[in-house]
Design a protein around this ligand. Structure first.
Ligand code: F3S
Length: 754
C-alpha cells in the first residue's frame, strides 16, 4: 500500500552514524527509545545529551496518520498552509464515524448515508495533497498502520492517542493533536519534551490461557493510569522475543492507558515474520542489515536499573489471565480472584456481551485464538450465554479470517460481525436496551472502559480482557468464570471444561484480500477541487484568523473566570459535539459550556456586561464579538488539561476572545493557544486571580513591546473606578510571538510559502 521503502532505507542508511554520535554525546550505551529519538532529531545531530523529562527537543517524524474524527480539523488547517503537498508521508483512515448496530454491510451503508459528506471531503483533500486515503470499512487506523506502514526504528505521529500501537513493530509512535500534525505535514519540526524511560523486563514465556493482553493489564495494575506519564516504556527480555508482533502491538497500544508517551519493543524475529507475511520482505531485509541499531544496547538490558528511570520485571510463565475494570483500565484482577472482588463491590456477575476487536486486539492471532474457544463451545454442546460482537481490525484480517472459516465459527454462535471499524470502542454502538440504563456487565478486548464509553449507559460495567478470555467469559455468561479451573454444563446436562486456546500467530495460508480499501492520491493533485457545501452543518472551510493590529488590547471585558478544574472537555465538550469537529462555527457553540463560572458556580451561565443579564457562554461571547468588544478568559491551575484537541483553542479564538490568563497551563493546550494566535498568559502572582471581578475592564499597557522573557502589564479597572495593575508571565519565544503577530502559526507558514 505504497509504504515508502526509499524513505525507510534513508532512515536505515543514517541510523549507524546517528546512534554512534548519540552514544558519544551521552557517554553511555543506549536504550532503543533513545536510539530512535536521537536518530530522528530535526537538526540531525544533538549538541548535548538531552535531559529526560526536562528538555524540549525538535524531531523529524517519518510518517503521520490521522483518523476521520480528528483529520477534519487537521486537514482544514493544512489547507490554509499554502502547501501543494504534505511534506511527510501521511494517511487518513475512516474508522470512527461508523456505528455498530446490526452488522457490517448495513452499518457501513448507514455510515455512508449519514457521513458521506465528511468522507468525501477527507477523500478529496487527501487526493489533492498527496495523502493516502483508507475508505470507511478498510479498517481501524492502528491495525492498518501496523500492517502497512510501521517499521522498526521509525518515528511516527498520529492524531489519535492509540497511535502508540505501532510500537509493536519497533517504532516510536506518538499520539498528537491535529495542530501538531499540521506542522509536520507542512514541513516543520515537531517538538516533544524528551521522555523519561521505563524498562519492562519480560522473563519466562506465555502459555495456556495467558496472552499478551495480560502483560499490559498487569502493567496497568502496577503503574496505574498516571504511572507512565511523560515516559516511553521499553519492553525487552526473552519473554518479549517469544511473543508475536501483533501481541507486542496490543501491549504498546494500551500503554496509552497508563499515560505513557509511547511504548516500544526491539526488532526481533517475530517482527521479521510479520513484515514478511504482510508483504514487506524488503523492509525486513533492510532492517536485518542494521538490526543492532533497532534494539537497545546489550549493556542496557543486562543492567536495566542503571539506564532506565524505572524498571519492572514480569515473569510471563507465572502471569495469570486478568480482567481489568470496571470504569478504569488499571483496576486489575487476576482471573481466580474475580468472584470475591465482584461480590465485595457489587459488580453484576452476569455478563451480557462479549466484544472482540478494536485497534487493540483484532489481529489474525487474536481472532484465531478466540475462535478456538468458540469452536469448543460448538463441539462440546455449550450454549452461549452472552451475545458476541466482533470488530475485525482491517479488511485484510477480515477477509483472511473469513477465508479460513474463523468468522463462520463466531457466526455459528450468532455473533454479530461488525464493520472493520472502531464501533463500540468509541461509543459508536447502538446497543439494544442500553437506554434502559440498568446496571449490567460486559467484557471486551478493547483498551478503554470508562463509564459510558461503549454504549452510553453509565451503569454498564465494562471489563477488559484478552480475546480468548472474552470468548470464554461470554460463553459462560459469568464474570467470575475461571476457565483454568471451572466446569460448564452443556445442553445435555454434562459437565465440560474448555481446553486452552490455540491459534496461529500468522495465517498459515498467508494473508489475502480482494479490496483493502486504499485509495492512493494522484501524483499531481493540483487540479483536484475540494468542495465544501457552504450550507453544510458538518464542514466549514476555515477563514484565517486576523493578524494583530499592533495596538494594545484595551476595553476588554471578562467572558468567564473559570473556577477550579477546566479541562479541554470543559472548554470543548465531546459526545454529541463530535459531529461538528469539521465545522468551527457550529462546534463553537460548545465553547466553555462545561467551565464553572467562579461567581455563581454555575456552568454555561455568565454575566454580559452589555446587557447585565446572565446567558450561555457562547451566546454572550458572540454578542461581545458583534459589538466589537474584546474579551478575556481567566482560569485556575493546569487550565486545558486532558485531550490535545485544538478545538479548545480555536473556538475562543474564533469567537473573538483575545487572551486567556490563568494560574498555569497544561502544556499542549498552551501550545495550541499560541499556534492559533491567542495570547496565553499566566499571573506572575497567582493570587492576582482573586483580584479579578465580574464587571472589570482590562487594558494591556505594553503589548506593543511583547518580547521573550519580558512580562506584560495589565491594568484592571474595577466597576467602582479603582484600578490594579498586575504583571503577566508568558513562555513565547521569538517565533511564537510571530505567530501571535500574524494571527496564527498557519498564517506565518502561509506567508513564508507565498
Ligand atoms: Fe478506534 Fe477504539 Fe482504537 S476508538 S482507534 S478502536 S481505541
Amino acid at each position: 500500500m505504497a509504504f515508502d521503502i526509499d524513505m525507510i532505507k534513508k532512515v536505515y542508511s543514517q541510523v549507524a552514524e546517528r546512534v554512534t554520535a548519540a552514544r558519544e554525546i551521552t557517554g553511555k550505551p543506549l536504550t532503543l527509545a533513545e536510539k530512535i529519538l536521537y536518530s530522528h532529531l530535526w537538526d540531525g545531530k544533538a549538541d548535548k545529551a538531552f535531559s529526560r523529562g526536562k528538555d524540549y527537543v525538535d524531531f523529524a517524524p517519518d510518517r503521520i496518520a490521522c483518523q476521520d474524527a480528528t483529520a477534519q480539523m487537521a486537514l482544514l488547517q493544512f489547507m490554509q498552509a499554502g502547501k501543494v503537498k504534505v511534506a511527510v508521508p501521511t494517511t487518513v483512515h475512516c474508522d470512527h464515524l461508523i456505528q455498530a448496530k446490526v452488522g457490517a454491510d448495513k452499518d457501513l451503508q448507514t455510515a455512508l448515508n449519514t457521513s458521506n459528506e465528511v468522507f468525501n471531503f477527507l477523500e478529496s483533500v487527501s487526493n489533492k495533497y498527496g495523502i493516502g486515503f483508507w475508505k470507511p470499512g478498510a479498517g481501524i487506523i492502528h491495525q492498518v498502520v501496523l500492517e502497512n506502514y510501521a517499521f522498526p526504528g521509525g518515528m511516527m505521529i498520529g492524531t489519535d492517542s492509540h497511535t502508540v500501537n505501532a510500537g509493536g513493530l519497533g517504532m516510536v509512535a506518538i499520539g498528537v493533536g491535529g495542530a501538531d500534525a499540521v506542522d509536520v505535514m507542512a514541513g516543520m519540526p515537531w517538538e516533544l519534551k524528551f521522555p523519561k524511560l521505563i524498562g519492562v523486563k519480560l522473563t519466562g514465556k506465555l502459555s495456556g490461557w495467558t496472552a499478551p493482553k495480560d502483560v499490559i493489564l498487569k502493567v496497568a495494575g502496577i503503574l496505574t493510569v498516571k504511572g507512565g506519564t511523560g515516559a516511553i516504556i521499553e519492553y525487552f527480555g526473552p519473554g518479549a522475543e517469544a511473543m508475536s508482533c501483533t501481541g507486542k502491538g496490543t501491549i504498546c497500544n494500551m500503554g496509552a492507558e497508563v499515560g505513557a508517551t509511547t511504548s516500544t519493543f526491539g526488532y526481533d524475529e517475530s517482527m521479521e515474520r510479520y513484515l514478511r507475511s504482510t508483504d514487506r520482505s524488503d523492509i525486513a531485509d533492510a532492517a536485518n542489515e542494521v538490526k543492532e541499531h533497532l534494539t537497545g544496547d546489550p549493556e542496557v538490558y543486562a543492567n536495566p536499573e542503571q539506564y532506565f528511570d524505572q524498571v519492572i520485571e514480569i515473569n510471563l510463565s507465572e502471569l495469570l489471565p486478568h480482567l481489568n475494570g470496571p470504569f478504569t483500565p488499571d483496576l486489575a484482577t487476576p482471573v481466580g480472584e474475580m468472584n470475591k472482588k465482584a461480590t465485595e463491590n457489587d459488580w453484576p456477575l452476569k455478563v451480557e456481551w462479549g466484544l472482540i476487536g478494536s485497534c487493540t486486539n483484532s489481529s489474525y492471532e487474536d481472532l484465531s485464538r478466540a475462535a478456538s474457544i468458540a469452536q469448543q463451545a460448538i463441539d462440546k454442546g455449550l450454549k452461549t450465554k452472552a451475545e458476541f460482537g466482533i470488530n475485525p481490525g482491517s479488511e485484510q484480517v477480515r477477509y483472511t479470517a473469513e477465508r479460513d472459516g474463523l468468522l463462520d465459527i463466531f457466526e455459528k454462535l450468532d455473533a454479530k460481525i461488525f464493520t472493520n471499524a472502531c464501533g463500540p470502542c468509541i461509543g459508536q454502538w447502538a446497543r439494544e436496551g442500553a437506554d434502559k440504563a440498568e446496571k449490567n456487565s460486559i467484557i471486551h478486548s478493547f483498551n478503554r472502559n470508562f463509564a459510558k464509553r461503549a454504549d452510553g449507559n453509565p451503569n454498564t460495567h465494562a471489563f477488559v480482557a484478552s480475546p480468548e478470555m472474552v470468548a470464554a467469559v461470554a460463553i459462560s455468561g459469568r464474570l467470575d468464570f475461571n476457565p483454568l479451573t471451572d466446569k460448564l454444563v452443556n445442553e445435555n446436562g454434562e459437565e465440560v471444561m474448555l481446553d486452552e486456546p490455540t491459534g496461529w500467530e500468522l495465517p498459515p495460508r498467508g494473508f489475502d484480500v480482494e479490496d483493502a480499501g486504499y485509495l492512493a492520491p494522484e501524483e499531481d493533485g493540483s487540479h483536484v477541487n475540494v468542495v465544501v457545501n457552504p450550507d453544510s452543518e458538518r464542514l466549514e472551510l476555515l477563514t484565517p484568523f486576523a493578524a494583530w493590529d499592533g495596538k494594545n488590547i484595551t476595553g476588554a471585558k471578562l467572558l468567564i473566570k473559570a473556577f477550579g478544574k477546566c479541562t479541554t472537555d470543559h472548554i470543548s465538550m465531546a459526545g454529541p459535539w463530535l459531529r461538528y469537529r469539521g465545522h468551527l462555527d457550529n462546534i463553537s457553540n460548545n465553547c466553555l459550556i462545561g467551565a464553572v463560572n467562579a461567581y455563581n458556580k454555575k456552568t454555561n451561565s455568565v454575566k454580559s456586561q452589555i446587557t447585565g443579564d446572565y446567558d450561555a457562554v457562547p451566546a454572550t461571547q458572540r454578542a461581545y464579538k458583534a459589538a466589537g468588544v474584546p474579551t478575556i478568559v481567566v482560569g485556575d491551575h493546569n487550565y486545558g488539561e486532558g485531550s490535545s484537541r485544538e478545538h479548545a483553542a480555536m473556538e475562543p479564538r474564533h469567537l473573538g476572545v483575545r487572551a486567556v490568563i490563568v494560574k498555569s497551563f497544561a502544556r499542549i493546550h498552551e501550545t495550541n493557544l499560541k499556534k492559533q494566535g491567542m495570547l496565553g498568559l499566566t499571573f506572575a502572582n497567582e493570587n492576582d486571580y482573586d483580584l479579578i471581578q465580574e464587571d472589570d475592564t482590562f487594558n494591556f499597557l505594553d503589548l506593543d513591546q511583547f518580547a521573550p522573557d519580558r512580562q506584560l502589564a495589565l491594568e484592571i479597572v474595577h466597576a467602582d473606578g479603582t484600578k490594579d495593575t498586575i504583571q503577566l508571565n508568558h513562555t513565547y519565544n521569538d517565533s511564537q510571538i510571530e505567530w501571535f503577530k500574524e494571527g496564527s502559526a498557519l498564517n506565518l507558514i502561509k506567508k513564508q510559502n507565498s
